[in-house]
Write a protein that binds this ligand. Structure first.
Ligand code: IPM
Ligand code: MG
Length: 366
């Protein structure tokens, strides 16, 4: 076997540790079963790290992440950190990690499991068969643009941020988007606000230019307000959407709800060499933390994405995805995806993790 590949695990805050525990069980099982030679190391991150070390991203955690092949993150943040100094809030730790590791490409797939169609807030026929991918630029735009701040101007306080993209940043994410579209339905919709924002005007121009090398992919453009409307009107029109950091943040939450629950959606954040951080797209859900009812499936599906996109273990990835589909077919439901149907078995976080493990184990003997 080749040298052990390192996975850094960042449980984080709120429900983070609970869902990560289930993701780890699944990772451990496929590691043994498929002989993947993975080693894991758990590091402190987010609010937990702020409490203990006074910073959300301690140097030791950053270094471990730099040396890792892949990172599995739970969730960070919580109301108790609202009053922490702005630069030391858990969210800044996450943004810092994304930036330090140059994880510019954020893949957020929204896939509907047929049995969960009734958990969606949209009508069955609008979402049945939904399978779309949002590609969000993750290390630029208004999240990182300078200048930013809150300052006194003319006798009152003014808050400001800057939405900025360089040509090379746009080109980089556009290339990745066309590549992903090619591997799917070959349709790419670029979402911007080019009717108002110069930064979007440039975005659109560069995307059109990159398209010259991908003529086999059908390219369309949509303003972000319309895209938000289309996502809840006719979401199946989309194959791949590519957009900026903040538009992607917003649209991916909306897309998540189409699938029944934000508790179902994994994500991958990749650099240009394929190294990645994997995390559920939902947050730390402080309102349900510690109750053992959080849905671990987005985290478990993030493990599958990690195996597929960074570790190049598609079989192990598919076995996890199949196991998740099978527990859903068997009727296991955490509260967020429960519809009250008689065939459902309401389960806790741990029971859901165990159901996936059992499905993986029975997959081995079949
Ligand atoms: C996300 C989250 C983060 C973001 C927060 C926690 C900083 O909402 O990953 O979508 O805005 O990127
Ligand atoms: Mg978000």
């Amino acid at each position: 076997m080749s040298e052990a590949r390192k996975i850094v695990i960042l449980p984080g805050d709120g429900i983070g540790p609970e869902i990560i525990a289930e993701g780890e069980k699944v990772l451990q099982l496929v590691n043994d079963k498929h002989n993947l030679g993975l080693s894991t190391q758990t590091c402190i991150f987010g609010g937990a790290a702020y409490d203990e070390h006074g910073t959300p991203l301690p140097e030791s955690t950053l270094n471990a992440c730099r040396e890792a092949d892949a990172i599995l993150l739970g969730a960070i943040g919580g109301p108790k950190y609202d009053t922490a100094p702005r630069d030391l809030r858990p969210e800044r730790g996450l943004l810092g990690l994304r930036a330090e590791l140059k994880l510019f490409a954020n893949l957020r797939p929204a896939l509907l499991y047929p049995e969960l169609a009734d958990a969606s807030s949209l009508k069955h026929e609008l979402v049945a068969g939904l399978d779309l991918m949002i590609l969000r630029e993750l290390t630029g735009g208004i999240y990182f643009g300078q200048p930013r701040g809150i300052e006194e101007r003319g006798g009152e306080r003014v808050g400001f941020n800057t939405m900025v993209y360089s040509e090379s940043e746009i080109r980089q994410i556009a290339v990745r988007a066309f590549e992903i579209a090619r591997q799917r339905g070959s349709r790419l919709c670029s979402v911007d606000k080019a009717n108002v924002l110069e930064v979007s005007e440039l975005w659109r121009e560069i995307v059109i230019d990159v398209h010259k090398d991908y003529q086999d992919v059908e390219l369309s453009h949509m303003y972000v307000d319309n895209a938000a409307m289309q996502l809840v009107r006719a979401p199946k029109q989309f194959d791949v959407m590519v957009t900026s950091n903040i538009f992607g943040d917003i649209l991916s939450d909306a897309a998540a709800m189409l699938t029944g629950s934000i508790g179902m959606l994994p994500s991958a954040s990749l650099d240009d060499a394929g190294k990645g951080m994997y995390e559920p797209i939902h947050g730390s859900a402080p309102d349900i933390a510690g109750q053992g009812i959080a849905n671990p499936l987005a985290t478990i599906l993030s493990v599958a994405m990690m195996l597929r996109y960074t570790l190049n273990e598609p079989e192990a990835a598919s076995s996890i995805e199949d196991a998740v589909a099978s527990v859903i077919t068997q009727g296991y439901r955490c509260p967020d995806i429960a519809t009250g149907d008689s065939g459902e078995k309401q389960v806790t976080t741990v029971q859901m993790g165990e159901a996936v493990v059992a499905a993986l184990q029975s997959g081995a003997s079949s």
